[in-house]
Design a protein around this ligand. Structure first.
Ligand code: 5GP
Length: 194
């Protein structure tokens, strides 16, 4: 998605540890006009699929998922990062290792909001090692719902998550795939650039 790639080149900041900061438009301050275009693009890419629920993970996926959901006309469920262990049995839980925080936490979704018969599209801001998406996919599997695919705003193609999830047969649609980024020069190369 050219608009997004241009914006990443203009406002993205490359940090150490293979982190791309997009705080000024995606996951701290949010550019809603850009989100609207992102929503339309996911709808176009998944136009052939039946979706009745969008699942994301708190916190930074929520804003994007809400705008995307308007184009699918479906509710958004977000997996909560729970601080308390041994939650009652009315939730699906899994563990996710955080790329940005380097620790593992429990995430949960109430059984009330996901189950057999649901056709679920996952939405998230970034795909790096794939742990967040794997966790969400595990919750969908546990619930008996059908996983339609995953819509990612920025995939870092030099990290293994995308290839791994695709090799498991999950349809992953990423709007911008960063092939490489160089902190010293500030250069970002996208897949399909050359
Ligand atoms: P994964 O689980 O695929 O390793 O990482 C995905 C999660 O980590 C995303 O939900 C996102 O919040 C965060 N993340 C991964 N890489 C980056 C990055 O380069 N920049 C930012 N801002 N967040 C990232």
């Amino acid at each position: 998605m050219q608009l997004l790639k241009d914006r990443i080149r203009k406002d993205g900041k490359i940090k150490s540890g293979d982190v791309l900061k997009v705080d000024s438009f995606l996951n701290h301050q949010m550019d809603i006009k850009l989100f609207v275009e992102i929503g339309k693009e996911f709808k176009r890419r998944f136009a052939d699929e039946e979706v009745n629920k969008i699942l994301t993970i708190e916190a930074s996926g929520i804003g994007i998922a809400c705008i995307v959901a308007q184009y699918f006309d479906v509710p958004v469920v977000f997996a909560k990062k729970s601080k308390t262990k041994n939650i009652a049995g009315d939730v699906y839980t899994t563990q996710v290792e955080s790329f940005t925080h380097g620790r593992t936490y429990d995430v949960m979704v109430s059984r009330e909001f996901l189950g057999a018969g649901d056709k679920v599209l996952l939405i998230d801001d970034f795909l790096a090692n794939g742990k967040a998406l794997e966790g969400l996919a595990a919750i969908v599997r546990d619930s008996g719902a059908e996983l339609v695919g995953a819509g990612i705003v920025i995939e870092k193609g030099f990290q293994p998550g995308g290839d791994h999830l695709r090799s498991e047969g999950i349809r992953v649609e990423s709007l911008a795939i960063v092939e490489s980024m160089d902190e010293a020069t500030g250069t970002i190369c996208f897949r399909g650039d050359r």
